[in-house]
Ligand binder design. Sequence first.
Ligand code: NAD
Length: 467
Amino acid sequence: MPNLFSTVTSNPVAKAVGKQLGLPQPVTLRRGRDLPTGDVVLGTAPVGAAGGIVADALAALGVPAVEALRDDPAARTTDDEGRARPPAYEQRIGAVVVDATAATTIADLEAVRALLRPALKGMGTCGRVVLVGTAPELTDATESAATQQALEGIVRSVGKELRAGATANLVWTAPGSTGADLASTLSFLLEGRSAYVSGQPWRVGTAPEGAAVPADSPFDGRVVVVTGAARGIGADIARVFARDGAKVVVVDIPASGEALGKVANEIGGTALQLDITATGAGDRIADHVTHRYGPDARIHAIVHNAGITRDKLLVNTDEDRWGSVLDVNLAAQFRINEVLLDKGRAGGLAEDGRVVGVASTSGVAGNRGQSNYAASKAGVIGLVRALAPQVADRGITVNAVAPGFIETEMTGKIPLATREFARRFNSLQQGGKPVDVAETIAYLAAPTSGAVNGQVIRVCGQSQIGA
Ligand code: NAD
């Protein structure tokens, strides 16, 4: 549905007025599996470091990389007025990837600057800046840790400087990570699937048995369960998994049964009418899986998307408002996980399965009138971080996404002025789409993302209020 802001920014006259008023002009983001238009350029920091992992990952993905230009004094040219100019790309570039895994000294950061300066000038629409480092806590010297942490400051700032739908993110690897461990994450970051993810770091470790190159149909024949799938983000999560080959079980409350059935029919999945807070909800899900997909069927991924809001200032929040939100958004996830993670449970999670929780930027930054909701969503983050290491030796990963402002019925209920502010106040200057959240969840749930565990990825366009 058109909103005030998109009306203002798509009508030519209103657009001109909007420009005069200084309103941001959002671009249409590149979505889906397309790579950016233009070369992917690759550089290492420090200069001459024996790059390996990033080059290996790009090679595994079949993405050719061109050597990045550097803004070194010797490489500068002088213009007609005698001013020194950094080297410039002849054509627009699609992405700059910097392998800074070997950066251990503060002086090494200069190479990051030297690589980014020409690249930012030459970046095309919906371009990508990807820094790859080594997790600060896994380095063995104070200066190394400081240097690696400094990369976060760079991507968070560059993300705010970029325009035209471009994003900047940081991946911290572990000392034992390989190109195969990184490939799934790098392809997500370069492709349009990561359209609404910017300005943040996350960690890639090592996959239990080595990760493979992402396939076009990564969930072929695998069972994926999505809660709260009758509408909004959940319906799009179900669509994306079905697109990528999964047999999807869509779950929602009986009152949404009709809409749920439509989603199931549309994607060739099966519907389970279930209130996830009901006693025995986890068993109902597992029983549905064996009943519909056979006695040996296991769940590849469970996506805990169902959620509710009951907003009020804390001074006006009674135990019902508090309890219902905590129960749907957090306690139900916890209880269902306990059942599905039981090794002996027929229809439970497969040994290389995936658990993905849906948190919120409210759970990271808090929000006025949402102490119950923010508690539940921060709780999801805590749950994910605690559970991930407990199941890692089974090849299971547990991660979460934290959406910011996504255009759905839930955010459609926010009062107009607040809604326009929330929609715009991020580096991409627009609200995200449900598919942006869905693509990020599908990346985390991919069989090839086994090296990504215990992470929380915000899908918020680098919200300036959400984190
Ligand atoms: P929505 O209200 O449009 O859809 C939520 C779905 O969950 C509905 O179909 C609802 O019937 C279902 N549901 C609610 N309680 C349930 C229960 N007890 N059992 C089974 N199903 C239940 O919401 P949405 O905007 O699509 O949000 C989806 C998720 O994303 C939620 O967890 C929400 O908190 C989170 N989120 C949304 C945004 C946003 O901007 N829309 C931002 C951050 C986080």
